[in-house]
Each structure stands twice: as C-alpha cells, then as structure tokens.
Design a protein around this ligand. Structure first.
Ligand code: SF4
Length: 226
C-alpha cells in the first residue's frame, strides 16, 4: 500500500450526488485512480490502471479537461483538504476507481475536522480503512474478472448497499447475500438499473416493491450533469 498521506487523484469536481441516500446533495467528488475489480460495464475504466507515465503534477491537474482521461496526480492530505474547503459543498464523496485500496483515514480525519461529511463509495473488495463516522456506500461486485472476493468486513460496515441490476438473477444474489444485512442492521438496499435500461428498471421496481428495497436512478445522468 502506498504511503497513507498521499493519494493518486484522477479528478476533483463539484456536482450533485446522483445516487442512493444522498441523491440531490451538492457534493465535492474526489475520484482516486486504481481499480483491479474489472466490472465489464464500468463507466470509469480510465481509472483502472496507474501507469507511471500518466502521472502528472498537481499544477497540470488544474488544466486537465473534464473528459475521461487516465492521467492522475499525487495529492497530499493538506492540498486535498484545501481544495475541498474552497468549494461550496459540505458533502464530500470519495470514489474511484476503488478508493478502499488506500488507507483513507488521514484524509477523512482532516475533512471531518473541518466539518465535512464524507461518503466513500466502494466495491466491498477491500477492508475499508475509514473513520467511524464515514458514510460507507458498498456496491458489492461479485464474480468479476479481477477475481477479488466481496468481504464481510465491508458489507457489515456499510451504511447503505447499492446493487447494479441487469438481470433477474442479480435480484437473487441481493436476496441471498445482502438482504440478511438489510434485515439485521436496518440499512437500505438500493437497486440501480444497469445503463438505466427499461428492462433493468422494471426488474428493480418489481423487486423493490416485493422486498422493501429502494430504486436508485443515477439522476445525474437524467439531468445530464457529471
Ligand atoms: S469496482 Fe467500480 S471502478 Fe472498479 S471496475 Fe467496478 S465499477 Fe469500475
């Protein structure tokens, strides 16, 4: 694991959180580089690899275009915290890539000391090294090409579970593996239709109605913001 006080950042931007419990919340997004999970439908494939030749300076990051790009810069905790502090939003989303590759506690501790609420979005394939008050969104990715197992330590730490649904059999996995956690800890399960297809959306709606789960519609895509 790299040193804990610097992080490889693909991009930092302000937008609305479009998914699950914080839908509609103005947020600062910190997207970290690196993910070995390999989901075929991933819409952030440019974050997967950390190619040393694609590392750029923090100064160059300010000029980076918003379009998906695999370049990244190493940011220290203080620099990241200063950027977040200068933004309008109080809610901070650390996403990826897979942010839980890294020990996030130094960064989150600093942000929380400045009264930001921090949400981390993870695949559940790493032990989340976060603070006790971090809001953890676990979107478990089972049987992906990267071969990483989903960990109980992540699932049982989750504040919400968010599940990509493409086919009816995905609902069976949620019922078997995640509904017991939903029942035991009274945390929400969000079903998110893959690619917002009408078929997947219909499966999600019917399952949410039947099992008492919820549907997350990636509203940022519906209103065409990042
Ligand atoms: S875990 Fe997230 S970033 Fe990694 S491949 Fe899957 S969807 Fe993409």
């Amino acid at each position: 694991m790299p040193p804990v006080d610097i992080y490889p950042v693909n991009e930092i931007f302000e937008s609305l959180q479009g998914e699950a419990s914080f839908t509609g919340t103005p947020s600062v997004f910190i997207r970290l580089q690196g993910c070995p999970v390999g989901c075929p439908w991933c819409d952030a494939k440019h974050t997967w690899k950390m190619v040393p030749e694609r590392a750029i300076s923090v100064a160059a990051m300010r000029l980076k275009e918003a379009s998906p790009c695999d370049s990244y810069a190493w940011y220290g905790v203080q620099t990241l915290a200063d950027i977040v502090r200068a933004a309008d939003a109080e809610h901070v989303v650390i996403t990826g890539g897979e942010p839980c590759i890294y020990d996030l506690r130094p960064l989150i501790t600093k942000l929380e000391a400045w009264h930001h609420r921090v949400q981390v979005e993870t695949s559940g394939t790493y032990v989340p090294l976060v603070t006790p008050s971090t809001f953890l969104t676990v979107s478990p990715k089972y049987a992906m090409p990267g071969g990483r197992p989903v960990l109980d330590e992540a699932l049982w730490r989750a504040n919400e579970l968010k599940c990509a649904i493409g086919k009816q059999r995905d609902v069976g996995i949620v019922l078997e593996k995640l509904d017991p956690i939903h029942q035991a800890r009274d945390i929400p399960i969000w079903l998110q239709p893959l690619s917002l297809s009408s078929r997947a959306t219909d499966i999600c709606i019917r399952a949410a109605q039947h099992y008492g789960w919820r549907v997350s519609l990636q509203t940022h895509k519906l209103i065409n913001v990042r």
